[in-house]
Design a binder for this molecule. Structure first.
Ligand code: CA
Length: 483
């Protein structure tokens, strides 16, 4: 059989070779076994119908399977989507309800805000009414049985120089007799609370006054040797007394006596009230005998008194004003050339202390700075009548680096810190020689926020305003050096 088959194959092969229509192929299969393949062209078909390739079939099957899977997944995706849509549809009313609730709450809050705004407005109106009422009560004329402060002949003589309308300006001024000690209706608001404890404090502090020093030069100019302990005269419980300035005229003019003490609270944007006290005792008790309303508002804790006038810097300007206390009107007004104001060149504590005026044995001084001086302290000697600058000195001391300054006998002294309990007077500049030098004189800030320090020629002490407290310091001055 095998032989016949071989012969047939050989025959066919030979015929195939002869006719070129059949072929025999021999080769090893994968297992190495010899395999014969005999091919014969189809006599009828020009080409084979597409043979079913197992791999293609497999791919087709896998593709179909994938299609089924995709279809299932698509269906699966579609179904959950449908479910989500259903859930969304179900959640929509809840969301709507939530939105409605939030909207209601927002409307309630809006209403509450409007109510609070109206309440605030009402409170502001009431505050304004109370302020006006206070003003009205203060400006109410004294009862007929209360004697009015007698005008001295000199005052009468000066009356005609008042400008037209001065009488109406005076209508809001309050006058109390010096002998009247009734505090029922005449206490300065910043000081009317806790008067008794304040007075107790004063009495306690008074015992701390150092004994007079025999080496002190009481008669002429001398160099500062030391500063005594702070002596408290009064404490304010009202925010208006947080900082301010207090003064005494070294050359008082009638009708005010030499013991008269004056005070300005400098908190606020419209500082106009000038409180006068007959003496230190009345100041300590908080009983002013005079309240003047300044025609122009004051800025800075740098005001001072001299020869019957208050000198101060007008708010939001470099204008200096001389306000005549007896005539109760502005006697002079002049710009301090190039001076910074309204926080441009303050002392280090940062309030409105741009222009610091003071008086010493040599007259009226202004301590300030200019853009040209780039923040360094400029000292100007002023004409007390016209406010003209007579002479200026430019120092090397940066104004913002020191807490405050004061001038004694033409020498400027700067205080290093306004807050440190134990600080020093760290620099002295002599206008006589135009020279400055470092110093180290101990100085105490008892209450930690010293907003004003000035030499007071009348008492030859330092006057200071330290965190609601009116404070003074005794001084030791060396004898005047022979020139
Ligand atoms: Ca000062």
């Amino acid at each position: 059989m095998f032989l016949l088959l071989s012969l047939s194959i050989c025959g066919l092969l030979l015929r195939g070779d002869a006719q070129d229509r059949a072929s025999l192929w021999r080769g090893n299969d994968r297992s190495g076994r010899c395999q014969y393949t005999f091919t014969v062209p189809s006599p009828a078909e020009a080409s084979c119908p597409l043979a079913a390739n197992p791999e293609v079939e497999g791919l087709k099957a896998r593709l179909s399977l994938l299609e089924v899977m995709v279809s299932q997944l698509t269906v699966g995706d579609t179904q959950p989507q449908g479910s989500q849509q259903g859930a969304g549809a179900r959640a929509q009313p809840e969301l709507q309800e939530m939105l409605n609730r939030v909207t209601r709450e927002r409307n309630l809050l809006q209403g509450e805000k409007e109510r609070l705004e109206k309440e605030l407005e009402g409170l502001q109106m009431r505050t304004e009414e109370m302020r006006r009422e206070t003003e009205r009560l203060r400006s109410r004329p004294c009862p007929p049985q209360t004697p009015v402060v007698p005008h001295s002949p000199s005052h009468q003589d000066r009356a005609p120089i008042r400008p037209a309308g001065a009488s109406s300006q005076m209508s809001h001024l309050m006058t109390r007799p010096n002998s009247q000690r009734d505090s029922s209706s005449l206490t300065d608001s910043a000081w009317q609370y806790g008067a008794a404890p304040g007075f107790q404090e004063l009495k306690a502090e008074v015992t701390e006054v150092p004994a007079p020093d025999g080496n002190e030069d009481k008669t002429g100019c001398g160099e500062l040797i030391s500063v005594g302990e702070p002596i408290t005269h009064r404490k304010a419980d009202n925010i208006a007394g947080k900082y301010g300035v207090w003064m005494q005229d070294p050359e008082a003019v009638l009708p005010y006596g030499p013991d008269m003490i004056w005070r300005v609270d400098t908190i606020g944007t419209d500082v106009r009230q000038l409180f006068g006290y007959d003496d230190m005792e009345q100041l300590s008790k908080g009983f002013p005998s005079k309240v003047l309303l300044l025609p122009d508002p004051l800025e800075s804790t740098g005001a001072t008194l001299y020869r019957g006038s208050l000198y101060y810097q007008r708010r939001l300007s470099r204008s200096l004003i001389r306000y005549d206390l007896a005539a109760e009107h502005i006697a002079a007004r002049r710009e301090l050339p190039h001076a910074g104001f309204h926080g441009q060149f303050p002392y280090s504590w940062g309030g409105y202390t741009d222009i610091d005026l003071s008086v010493d044995e040599k007259g009226l001084w202004a301590v300030y700075s200019t853009s040209k001086a780039q923040g360094a302290i400029v000292i100007s000697h002023l004409d007390p009548h016209s406010l003209e600058v007579k002479r200026s000195w430019e120092t090397n001391i940066r104004k913002a680096s020191v807490a405050n300054s004061f001038i004694i006998c033409g020498k400027l002294y700067t205080v290093a810190s306004y807050a440190a309990p134990n600080t020093i007077i760290n620099y002295v500049y002599d206008t006589e020689t135009s020279q400055g030098e470092a110093a180290s004189i101990p100085f105490k800030n008892k209450y930690g926020y010293n907003s004003m320090i000035d030499y007071n020629l009348a008492q030859r002490k330092l006057f200071s305003w330290d965190n609601f407290h009116i404070v003074s310091y005794d001084l030791r001055l060396g004898r005047q050096q022979a020139n």
